[in-house]
Design a protein around this ligand. Sequence first.
Ligand code: GLN
Length: 400
Amino acid sequence: MDPIVRMLETVLDDVRGRDDGSVADYIPSLASADPDRLAFAVVGPRGHVTSVGDDHVPFTIQSVSKPFVLALALEQFGRDAVFARVGVEPSGEPFNAISLEAGTGRPANPMVNAGAIVTTSLLGEMGDAGETSDAGDAVSRSETIVAGLSRFAGRQLSVDEEVYRGESETGHRNRALAYLTRSHDIIRGDVPTVVETYFRQCSILVTVRDLAVMGATLAFGGVNPVTGERVVREDVARDVVSVMASCGMYDYSGEWLLRVGLPAKSGVSGALLAIAPSQFGVATFSPRLDRHGNSVRGIQILERMSTEFGMHVFEPHEAIAAPGIRIDHAEGRVIVHLGGELAFSGAERLIGVLSDLADGALTDEAILVDATELARAHPAALELLRRQLEAHGGRLHFLD
Ligand code: GLN
């Protein structure tokens, strides 16, 4: 078995027994979700998707759509136009609170419902130059969003019509939020069209693998590591990741940043997406939610990953994305010199280099890895190397 798969399986097995929390029940199709579903996926810089558990089970993206729709709006209209209508301050309030700035009526941030509905409205209301135009109905507007999110996922996504109907039948609070922002001229177009577009956006079907690829696209500066396509500009990806870091987990965002330290976004279907900048995108799916509306086991999985593998963004990092890898041929041997800091993504690249070398005509040559110039190696990187080498009959061995 692939060593990373084994590593992910171990983490899943450890959280499987946890059954606290409850599934969202505001619409029948979410209430009937199997609460025991559990899946976990990681995508690194080479675009290799590793996933375990119920990794092919589709679920609706819900609030995890918010950062990606924000990205589409920022890409199209720029920072000033977008943040004139929605703020970037954590609200400290639940996802569906009336978090509007006194006076302006600007929602606190684009990760809570009020702000996300405004972001969605921008995509339909503004023309390419940013002027108000209010073009298209909810279906055609949501198709633009589906197309944008599909580029993040690297495959064509679609809307679950039954979930959409449920959202629309029960979404009175979201309508109220939208009308409030409309009264402040923050939303400028037709409110019913905007809200239905938002409901359709929440109802886009994804798997945990899709979410991890979408997250990885943000982690790698807007380039989808699977398809190689640039989906959004680097500054857009950075802005979105920043907002996720401060606001992505609703009124648990501060504690999450402290304990896990990875920009993230959760959704009411039990989806959770986290980003390790320049390292990987990671997603979990487990429908039981805590009182903040965040997946109980998803949080546990990511907390464990972050602690065990030193992934907190505020850990001291040096040259984390690009360890120096230099190759020398000497006396019939190949020596791979490492410098800088070796993290998860660097280990993945190193494995690529080593396997290319091993595939070459090296039958009588040994490959040595010289780590004397390596400033620091993350536990995750060493674990990955050790497991990968063992899987190929090799061994990680330290010389003084
Ligand atoms: N569709 C949900 C809503 O708007 C999304 C909220 C969420 O995932 N937290 O209420």
